[in-house]
Write a protein that binds this ligand. Structure first.
Ligand SMILES: *[C@@H]1O[C@H](CO)[C@@H](O)[C@H](O)[C@H]1NC(C)=O
Length: 117
């Protein structure tokens, strides 16, 4: 979902930030499913579609990798703590890579044989 602001000066835009609708507090509901297309491939996977309630609350990922410096500047000083603590960073990284590899292999196995668009 994109939000366009009518009154802005192009030079004032510093970066783009991804926000997610606060579906939990807004009590948005699942309205159906949609088929997932991965790059040019049709897949048999489906994902739920959400009917968003018109509540203007959005969540900003302050841990975003993209434009991290600018997004951190928006976060009030008292919220600059890091609530997630990983005792063994190397082990956590290895585990994440293993999960990504497994996920990639599973997706690759599922999409083989599907037609291209
Ligand atoms: C993940 O995949 C990469 C690329 O295929 C490979 O080099 C790496 O060893 C794999 N790592 C793990 C932890 O499975």
């Amino acid at each position: 979902m994109y939000i366009f602001l009518a009154d802005f000066v192009l030079q004032d835009i510093v970066c783009a930030a991804n926000v997610q609708h606060n579906c939990v507090d807004s009590q948005c509901t699942v309205s159906g499913t949609k088929k997932i297309q991965q790059e040019c491939l049709h897949t048999t996977w489906t994902a739920p579609t959400v009917k968003h309630k018109s509540m203007c609350e959005y969540l900003l990922n302050v841990y975003s990798i993209h434009n991290y410096k600018y997004i951190q500047e928006l976060v009030p000083e008292n919220l600059h703590c890091t609530p997630l603590h990983v005792s063994n960073v190397l082990e956590a990284q290895k585990s994440a890579v293993s999960q990504m590899n497994a996920s990639k292999a599973a997706k690759s196995a599922l999409t083989k044989g599907h037609s291209t668009v």
